[in-house]
Ligand binder design. Structure first.
Ligand code: ZN
Length: 320
């Protein structure tokens, strides 16, 4: 009886806390949108670009300090997220970045990231109610709404783009889905793209369900702020820069889908701890820096927090 009451109280407390409106964690880079959703930022480049052949920032090889260490707060994680893409703006331009070839770089990334040594880092996150497989389902499902909301988007517009695609039947409503809104370089996100962030992820009620979505703009709009180098390993600096931000948002949404699962005392999620640091790099065929091969392509992707089997949390490119 006592045990059962205690369990009920615990459940009630948990329900109370998880139902509180979003409020920013101290130290975390984020903002609250007009609907009350917290949007967690991928901060702009604070490490400088890899100019004149100098490699991108390797980053610290020490264990994370206590305030940066990730702990589990009881919320949902994605066992295997299903990825949907919304190509906003014009992705058939002749500017060398908002192109069909640029889109293919991102599709190839999503089809190869699941099960990679890099993404399997997330499967070592312990203590969640459902486990993280380290796989990612690339659904191949996309929407291309053009400039349906103009060239300057608000946070609310991003959520609306997801809901538009679902209402139109272009994308399914999937509570196991992660919807990425990807903007061409002539589009701004007015809450701070290029100045406050390069991308963000959140969750919110869309079409009466709790859905997870993210914004990532083409880094060509502000290459020094949102890319680590001005030549990318796939010859498209803007899109190659986006890929690292996409990886960051993918791993954060997987481990902290509703912003109440894995994060640190300082408010950081796993990607934030390692943003703009790349570990050991090599030169791709075109001379740009890369640090991993996924499928047939070279990519330069930021490190992620690894729970090393020898103990401690470190920024790594694969599980150690
Ligand atoms: Zn982040």
């Amino acid at each position: 009886m006592k045990t059962s009451l205690r369990l009920h109280l615990a459940a009630l407390l948990l329900a109370t806390f998880t139902c509180l409106p979003a409020s920013a964690q101290e130290g975390r880079s984020s903002h609250i949108d007009s609907e009350g959703n917290e949007l967690i930022h991928h901060r702009v480049n604070d490490q400088g670009q890899a100019y004149s052949g100098y490699a991108p920032t390797v980053g610290s090889t020490s264990a994370l300090s206590r305030s940066s260490q990730l702990t589990y707060h009881g919320g949902s994680v994605f066992s295997t997220p299903s990825v949907y893409l919304i190509w906003y703006g014009n992705w058939a331009q002749s500017n060398g970045t908002d192109t069909a070839a640029g889109q293919q770089i991102i599709r190839d990334f999503f089809s190869a990231i699941g099960g990679s040594p890099y993404f399997l880092i997330n499967s070592h996150y312990v203590g969640s109610s459902n486990s993280i497989t380290g796989s990612v389902t690339w659904t191949g499902k996309e929407a291309s709404p053009g400039y349906s909301h103009g060239t300057v988007l608000s946070d609310a517009n991003i959520a609306t783009l997801v809901s538009d695609a679902i209402s139109a039947g272009t994308l399914p409503k999937d509570t196991n889905g992660l919807y990425f809104v990807l903007t061409s370089s002539d589009v701004n996100e007015s809450s701070g793209f290029c100045t406050q962030y390069c991308g963000w992820h959140t969750h919110g009620t869309i079409s009466s369900s709790n859905l997870r979505y993210a914004f990532i703009g083409n880094a060509a709009r502000c290459i020094a702020s949102c890319a680590a180098q001005s030549t990318g390993p796939n010859g498209n600096a803007g899109v190659d820069g986006m890929v690292s931000v996409l990886a960051h948002e993918l791993e954060e949404a997987t481990t902290d889908a509703d912003l109440n699962a894995w994060y640190a005392r300082n408010g950081y999620e796993n990607g934030d701890d390692c943003a703009w640091t790349f570990g050991t790099t090599y030169k791709a065929a075109n001379g740009a820096f890369a640090n991993m091969k996924l499928g047939t392509r070279d990519f330069l992707i930021q490190r992620n927090v690894d729970f090393r089997s020898t103990g401690g949390q470190y920024c790594d490119l694969s599980h150690k």
